[in-house]
Structure formats: C-alpha cells, structure tokens
Design a protein. Structure first.
Length: 67
C-alpha cells in the first residue's frame, strides 16, 4: 500500500527522491520502494525522514491513527 504521506510531504517541500535519498543516505530506489509500499524503512531512516520533513514519525508512517 502506497505511503501517501511520504510522497505528499516530499512534494510539498519540493524535493525530489534523489535529493531526499542523498540527505538521509539511502539509495533512491530504497526511497522509491518505501513510498510505493514495497519496502519498510528501518527506524533510523524513519526518524531521519521525519526530521527532514518536519513532522513526527507517527504522523508520517502511521496514517491509520491520524485519519
């Protein structure tokens, strides 16, 4: 299942997958798979993304609790 919040927040900040992957030190393909729901990120990368996107980990990755 697609992680709409990951995609939307990145786009809201006008960042490309390449830019984000370089900042948090993961491959662009790993980020793409995380956004598409094909791969889960480890906790350290979830925290890095949340900090970069200026949101909480919970909001970014646990959408079902916020809708």
């Amino acid at each position: 299942m697609k992680n709409k919040r990951l995609i939307q927040r990145r786009e809201d900040l006008k960042l490309t997958q390449r830019q984000v992957s370089e900042v948090i030190h993961i491959s662009q393909s790993m980020l793409s798979r995380a956004e598409s729901g094909d791969r889960a990120l480890d906790d350290a990368n979830k925290i890095k993304l949340a900090k970069l996107y200026k949101v909480t980990v919970e909001w970014l990755f646990f959408e079902e609790f916020y809708d």
